[in-house]
Design a protein around this ligand. Structure first.
Ligand code: PMP
Length: 537
């Protein structure tokens, strides 16, 4: 990068901060990137200088806000290679952009016999949305396979995309595997069948040059907060004629042209899709983010991302206690690597890394079916951006040393003695052969997975409880505590559990791991309530 990493880092004051006694190493960029001064200064300029609603007022402030907001559309249109402002709709984020297309187009165009084609590496933002719209319209959903090397199987894509395909929605860069998908080829296959193509660019717009015309996407979606911009703003590119034909997604002020008591007509593009007062400062700040990135150069960003990913792959690859997911070293990647460390649950590992000032993410990264396919409940993801360095990756890899041993100290120092005790000596930590009921749970946000088994006596007393856990140490210890506590109690007690773990821990609740502590209680409560319900029927 012409602008060196140290010059870039000086634009991000947050990178100076410490976490506890440690210097922050921020490696959670695929979730949200940090924001440079050049972007958040926009807020001071806007709120200190020309804060007003857009489009309506005939006064100086409103005019200035309107011009800046409209020009922001031009700027983002240019950033992704759109032809004109009309093709750039501002939304809240990628999720809303995909919903806008699924509802505005999918609900009207899809029907029984049609198929929506997704990939096995789709983010829930696309997978769940299309799944639901398909259900409502009677359409089917098919998935392009991810092969052993973490790439899309293009031969399979050719089989799956066919005459019944109405929509193909494909993620450009996988937020879990780092894979860069050949979206142009996929768009070609889709267009040969007259299907619409949506490209989820949440991870590609921030990390590489995007040209929606070259890739021939009908729709392209992205989020501001992943590209050095603010939260609360995202974008939807759509081919003009398609946006013109589509139904609005949200109704209300700003998006109308003429309203009577019986009828309404719609404003021109892109305003037809921006109902109500829009995120004005956010839109203007997003344009500043596009300026910031273009100043670095998107080719340079892509190269930096790939260099860091390759470095991380080689450093992590030196270890035989690490399993890495996604394309092998040497294949171009976006700047992220998901992995697991033997014997340490991802959630525990991220706590230990946090202790060293290192921010990563653990869980299924909103790609639960992909994790199911990989047969893992979750993974730890380190993701990089323009300000990250190989030194920071070294710190990450070094912090994996001795993690398992440190976990023990971590739990004994941070948690109630009871949690530590149950961690060291879990009770009832095996399944039961003939349970009266089992309750399985998968906690998608953190990658916890487990199952409670219960043997219930004829009078409704809990005779035995057992559990199997692939969850973090804290959740597992809490599960163990609960099985011990509930033995001999009634099913009703279990079905009404509410805060017993807090009592067992004398109210000592840890800040960072609150969900891990309350999660198992909820699972038992639901399992017992469902069993009671079923027995009454
Ligand atoms: N798609 C992908 C590939 C993503 O990585 C994300 C964010 N993790 C989304 C969609 C959803 O983005 P947002 O939460 O900003 O709507």
């Amino acid at each position: 990068m012409d602008k060196g990493v140290s010059a870039i880092r000086s634009d991000f004051p947050v990178l100076e901060r410490r976490v506890g006694d440690e210097q922050l190493v921020y490696l959670d960029n695929a979730a949200t990137t940090q924001t440079p001064k050049q972007v958040y200064d926009v807020y001071e300029d806007f709120y200190g200088g020309y804060n007003a609603n857009v489009h309506r007022g005939i006064h100086a402030l409103s005019h200035e806000a309107s011009v800046a907001y409209e020009e922001a559309h031009d700027r983002l249109a240019e950033f992704v290679g759109a032809e004109c402002r009309e093709e750039m709709v501002f939304t809240k984020n990628t999720t809303e952009s995909i919903n806008l297309v699924a509802y505005g187009l999918g609900l009207n165009e899809l029907g029984p016999g049609d198929e929506v084609v997704l990939t096995e590496m789709e983010h829930h933002a696309s997978l769940v949305t299309w799944q639901q719209v398909a259900k409502r319209t009677g359409a089917g959903v098919r998935y392009i396979r991810v092969d052993e090397s973490g790439r899309l199987d293009l031969e399979h894509a050719k089989e799956v995309i066919g005459p019944d395909t109405a929509v193909v929605s494909v993620v450009h860069v996988s937020n879990t595997l780092g894979t860069v998908n050949p979206v142009k080829e996929i768009a070609e296959l889709a267009h040969d069948e007259d299907a619409y193509v949506l490209v989820d660019g949440a991870q590609s717009a921030p990390t590489r040059p995007v040209d929606v015309q070259k890739m021939d996407a009908d729709f392209f979606t992205f989020s501001g907060h992943k590209m050095a911009g603010p939260t609360g703003i995202g974008g939807l590119y759509g081919k003009r004629h398609l946006l013109e034909e589509m139904e609005p997604f949200l109704y209300g002020g700003e998006m109308i042209r003429h309203v009577t008591f019986s009828e309404s007509s719609w404003n021109g593009l892109p305003w037809k899709f921006e109902a109500g007062t829009p995120p004005i400062a956010e839109g203007i700040a997003l344009a500043a983010a596009a300026d910031y990135l273009d100043d670095i150069g998107m080719d340079a960003v892509r190269e930096h991302e790939n260099d860091l990913a390759q470095y991380a792959l080689s450093r992590l690859g030196e270890r035989d206690d690490v399993e890495i997911y996604g394309p092998p070293a040497g294949v171009e990647r976006s700047g992220l690597v998901a992995f697991n460390l033997d014997g340490v649950h991802g959630h525990d590992l991220s706590s230990l890394l946090n202790d060293r000032g290192i921010a990563v993410r653990a869980g299924d990264h909103c790609t639960q079916p992909l994790h199911d396919k990989l047969a893992i409940p979750g993974s730890v993801r380190a993701s990089f951006y323009v300000y990250n360095t190989t030194d920071e990756i070294d710190r990450l890899v070094d912090a994996l040393d001795g993690a398992r041993e440190r976990l023990d100290t971590y739990l004994s120092e941070r948690y109630h003695d009871r949690i530590y005790d149950h961690h060291r000596n879990p009770r009832n930590a095996s399944g039961l052969a003939n349970p009266s009921f089992t309750k399985h749970s998968e906690e998608t946000s953190c990658g916890d997975e487990g199952e409670f088994h219960a043997e219930i006596a004829a009078d409704g007393t809990i005779e035995r409880l057992g559990f199997e856990s692939r969850s973090c140490a804290v959740s597992t210890a809490v599960a163990s505590m609960l099985t011990e506590y509930l033995e001999g109690e009634t099913l009703e007690t279990a079905a009404e559990l509410d805060g017993v773990v807090a009592d067992l821990l004398d109210g000592e609740f840890p800040d960072l791991r609150h969900d891990c502590v309350v999660g198992p209680e909820q699972v038992i409560r639901e399992g017992a309530a469902e069993f009671l319900d079923a027995s009454e029927k």
